[in-house]
Write a protein that binds this ligand. Structure first.
Ligand code: C2E
Ligand code: MG
Ligand code: MG
Length: 747
């Protein structure tokens, strides 16, 4: 050790030796940095970096070896001037060996991908090249060992310039290498920063971004990994079709072959089998200096689902899930088109539940809804079974359903189907512990006979249903052209009705009502009459339903109320007037206001007005009706439950609503004399009414026998042809005068 220190301190060219040592030592790390740069680049730059690294490393090793020779063996290395001529070429060769070895090792390592055999092979290569370099270097002198007692100190008159040149070259390599590396590393760092920023930006995007070349994925962002459910590593290097569902392969393949563009919809398949719908927008870019395609992929599954849901809602009935009118008409249109081709024939059935309003009113809307759902299920089950899934069931609205039979069926099938449907609906429905029984009316029409278009066919089926609803016996009707003309008669009547209301061609007749003695007149019932030019007097049973359906009942009802009140105001104060109200009049909010105003205008005392209503009012919307009845009652008006006994559960209503009187229906009265059962019912009703503090009127009294029985049953008032028919106002006035005379003469 002391020898080494002595050598180093005593040498004349210590400075030179130190410099070469420093250069050599500095070249090795520089070589490493260059190697890593080579690893980070591709193609030509990579080769250049590998060469530079090998040059730096080789020169460093070589310089170090040379230094050791110069320091320790210079006196033997170059003992005579004769050997000097060979030395430079040998030294140059040894440098080439060092550089070549390093180049071999570096290129091996750059390909090793961490494989130990490659690493070891590279190491062996370096070691071999160092050994070769040494031997070549040693070949420049005869003996590698210094002779004993050889003097220290350099005597290098010829070698010095070579050493200086070599040191200079190494210095140059170091200097240039350092500058280039420094600039490049800074540039690379900046680029890495930029890339990082771009990556963050790309990862922040909601859309999946992907760069590919001919389908081979070069890069992706985080969103894309989420959309396709695969990690970045699995995607890069793979093919775009790897995550595309088989159903979209053809489409994607075709688009890959053509220009980049937009694909509105394709399917992605996730590793777990889930499918997603996506859209993609792509364009050409340059990636790594070569053309590639950038694609933005957006997951539109949710949007598609929402759109499908909206579409479903718009075309289906939310209660039953059946197609609604819109969808049904579209289906029917398809069916008609198919029938055209097959020269077949389409059957259309329109079905309406009888008295559905009544079910709703009696059991509540929840049960009404459940009933509609149950009806839908029965219809669907039957139609499916009967048509091999080819028939269509729809809910057109309210309690109306429609069934389209598949094209090609015979007319008979439709009628049979209608009967089966009726039978299926006739069986009681068990809903929330209630047994509900319903029936249905069906109208049938066929294409092309009854209509070639959807509208014409629907109209025909509707017309058939219209008549099925009005016919007590035939609950299924197949369209007939005559129905149209009947319907036209109805329409004409509707128009006339409108005109009659406007022109006041209605008359109010008055039928007297007597006390139970049959002699004391206590009031009149106002009954509407319509005189039609070609038909004469029309009974209310013919036009009241029409007025109700066409919305004319409101004005008509006001007209009767106004006329009857005005008339009664002229009568003696003891006499009352009874006016019939339609259930429809309770469906508007202004009924109470109308009655109040009419009473005020005609100056009739409220207690002299009786309003007669049927159970229909109570059934449709019990709570609302109750509120209106209470308000009417508060005016002082008296309320009469008309046609008692014909309804559904009449008795229960009596206690719940504020009635003053009930009217036993004509049908009971007419059977009184020869039907013991009817007599018993009348007695029971009367007793019940009395117990509730209600007066009892019997209507339709036609015979003296009936009168006696009613008297015995303790009815309080009587009305009927036996006592007096409905009469015009002047006749009623005359009757009143007569009555006065008889009573005053009797007194
Ligand atoms: P309603 O309220 O039960 O009226 C009694 C009906 O029985 C009247 O028939 C009357 O003429 C008839 N009648 C009375 N006594 C006898 C009898 O002894 N024998 C027979 N066979 N019939 C008798 P009308 O006038 O044809 O009225 C029928 C129904 O039309 C009425 O039944 C009532 O519900 C309704 N109606 C009449 N006028 C109006 C009105 O202004 N508005 C409303 N909404 N309905 C009315
Ligand atoms: Mg009445
Ligand atoms: Mg009646």
């Amino acid at each position: 050790m002391s020898w080494l220190i002595a050598t180093l301190t005593s040498d004349r060219d210590l400075l030179l030796s130190g410099l070469s040592l420093a250069i050599s030592v500095a070249l090795c790390p520089l070589a490493l940095v260059m190697f890593f740069r080579a690893m980070a680049s591709r193609g030509r730059p990579r080769l250049a970096w590998l060469l530079a690294a090998a040059a730096a490393f080789g020169t460093g090793i070589w310089g170090l070896a040379l230094l050791s020779h110069v320091l320790f063996t210079s006196h033997v290395l170059f003992p005579s001037a004769t050997k000097l001529a060979d030395a430079p070429s040998l030294l140059g060769l040894s440098l080439v060996e060092a550089v070549t070895g390093a180049l071999g090792a570096f290129s091996l390592w750059s390909r090793s991908r961490g494989q130990p055999s490659f690493v070891m092979l590279g190491g062996a290569m370096v070691a071999l090249s160092v050994v070769a370099m040494h031997y070549t270097g040693l070949a420049a002198h005869p003996s590698p060992l210094p002779p004993a007692g050889a003097g220290h100190g350099l005597d290098l008159p010829g070698v010095l310039p070579i050493v200086i040149v070599l040191v200079g070259v190494a210095l140059l390599i170091l200097f240039l290498g350092a500058i280039v590396t420094l600039v490049d590393v800074r540039f690379v760092l900046r680029r890495a920063e930029e890339a990082q920023r771009l990556r963050q930006l790309a990862d922040a995007a909601f859309e999946g971004l992907l760069i590919h070349r001919d389908g081979i994925i070069l890069d992706v962002n985080t969103s894309l990994t989420t959309i396709v459910g695969l990690p970045r590593e699995a995607l890069i290097g793979g093919h775009v079709l790897d995550f595309v569902a088989l159903s979209s392969h053809a489409l994607i393949r075709e688009r890959l072959a053509t220009k980049p563009s937009r694909i509105d919809e394709f399917e992605i398949i996730l590793p777990d089998g889930t499918r997603r719908v996506a859209e993609v927008l792509s364009r050409s870019i340059l990636h790594g200096g070569r053309p590639a395609t950038a694609a933005a992929i957006r997951d539109i599954s949710e949007r598609k689902q929402a759109a499908a849901r909206i579409e479903h809602l718009a075309r289906h009935d939310p209660l039953t899930g059946l197609p609604n009118r819109v969808k049904f008409l579209a289906l029917l249109k398809d069916s008609l088109a198919r029938a055209d081709e097959a020269a077949g024939f389409v059957g259309l059935l329109v079905l309406d539940i009888d008295r559905f309003k009544f079910v709703n009113g009696l059991y509540g809307h929840d049960i009404g809804d459940a009933l509609l759902r149950a009806v839908a299920r029965r219809l669907v089950a039957l139609v499916r079974e009967d048509t091999n899934d080819q028939g269509q069931v729809a809910r057109l609205g309210g309690d109306e359903f429609a069934i389209a039979l598949p094209p090609g069926r015979q007319a008979g099938t439709a009628a049979t189907m209608a009967e089966k449907l009726q039978a299926a609906l006739a069986a009681p429905f068990e809903i929330s512990g209630q047994s509900v029984q319903i029936s249905a009316r069906i109208g049938i029409a066929f294409a092309p006979q009854h209509g070639e278009t959807v509208t014409a066919l629907m109209n025909s089926a509707d017309t058939a249903l219209f008549w099925a609803k009005r016919d007590e016996r035939a609950r299924i009707r197949i369209f007939e052209p005559a129905m149209e003309s009947e319907l036209q008669v109805r329409r004409r009547m509707e128009r006339d009705l409108r005109l009659a209301v406007q022109n006041h061609t209605f008359k109010v007749h008055y039928q007297p009502i007597y006390a139970v003695d049959g002699r004391t007149l206590i009031g009149f019932e106002a009954l509407l009459r319509w005189f039609q030019k070609d038909l004469g007097w029309t009974a209310p049973s013919r036009f009241i339903p029409l007025a109700e359906e066409s919305g004319m009942i409101g004005p008509l009802g006001r007209l009767v109320l106004e006329t009857a009140c005005a008339e009664a105001a002229d009568w003696p104060e003891a006499l009352h007037v009874a006016v019939n109200l339609s259930p429809m009049q309770f469906q508007t909010d202004d009924l109470v206001a109308i009655v109040t105003e009419t009473l005020a205008r005609t100056k009739l005392a409220p207690e002299r007005l009786e309003l007669e209503l049927t159970e229909g009012v109570l059934i449709d919307d019990a709570e609302r009706a109750r509120a209106q009845l209470v308000a009417l009652k508060a005016l002082g008006v008296r309320l009469v439950l008309d046609d008692f006994g014909t309804g559904y559960s009449s008795l229960s209503y009596l206690g719940r609503f504020p009635f003053d009187k009930l009217k036993i229906d004509r049908s009971f009265v007419s059977r009184l004399a020869d039907d013991a059962g009817a007599a018993a019912i009348v007695r029971a009703i009367s007793a019940l009414a009395h117990s509730l503090g209600l007066a009892v009127t019997a209507e339709g009294v036609e015979t003296a026998a009936q009168l006696d029985l009613l008297r015995a049953a303790q009815c309080t008032e009587l009305q009927g042809f036996l006592l007096g028919r409905p009469m015009i106002a002047s006749a009623a006035a005359r009757l009143i005068r007569q009555q006065r005379k008889t009573t005053s003469s009797a007194a």
